[in-house]
Ligand binder design. Structure first.
Ligand code: HEC
Length: 105
């Protein structure tokens, strides 16, 4: 198993991961920390780069979003912001992102 997955397991497994964070707080954090690169509006276009938060909500689940914040793809512009904020903030960001998934009504 690659080392980063061991590290990931060590970080993630002790707490159960859920979308229990505060989406409202996550929105504030996203506006300050993420919006200069990502489109964070609920009705944003798909297939943008970097992906809009609404499209991430459609294509990824909670665990995937959490791990992509903690471990961005190498050689991308995505900062390793997850390392420099409390876990609670990351959970709030995840809660905000998943809240953008269209419900179909
Ligand atoms: C400097 C520009 C930049 C900033 C700021 C930024 N991102 Fe990103 N982000 C990217 C790029 C480029 C990608 C695509 C490459 C990748 O997946 O790592 C990305 C990818 C992602 C992905 C994975 C998307 C997928 O394919 O599933 C998530 C989740 C994400 N960002 C969340 C965030 C959050 C949350 C913040 C704010 C804390 C943030 N990003 C701030 C540039 C940025």
């Amino acid at each position: 198993m690659p080392k980063r997955w061991l590290l990931f397991a060590a970080l993630v497994l002790p707490g159960t991961l859920s979308a229990q964070g505060s989406a409202e707080r996550g929105q504030e954090l996203a506006a300050n920390l993420c919006a200069q690169c990502h489109d964070i509006s609920p009705a944003c276009e798909f297939k943008t780069y970097p992906p809009s938060f609404a499209s991430i909500a459609v294509f990824r689940d909670v665990e995937q979003i959490f791990s992509r914040i903690m471990f961005p793809q190498l050689h991308s512009a995505m900062p390793q912001a997850g390392w420099f904020m409390p876990r609670e903030d990351v959970e709030d960001l995840v809660a905000f992102i998943v809240s953008l998934e269209p419900t179909g009504d």
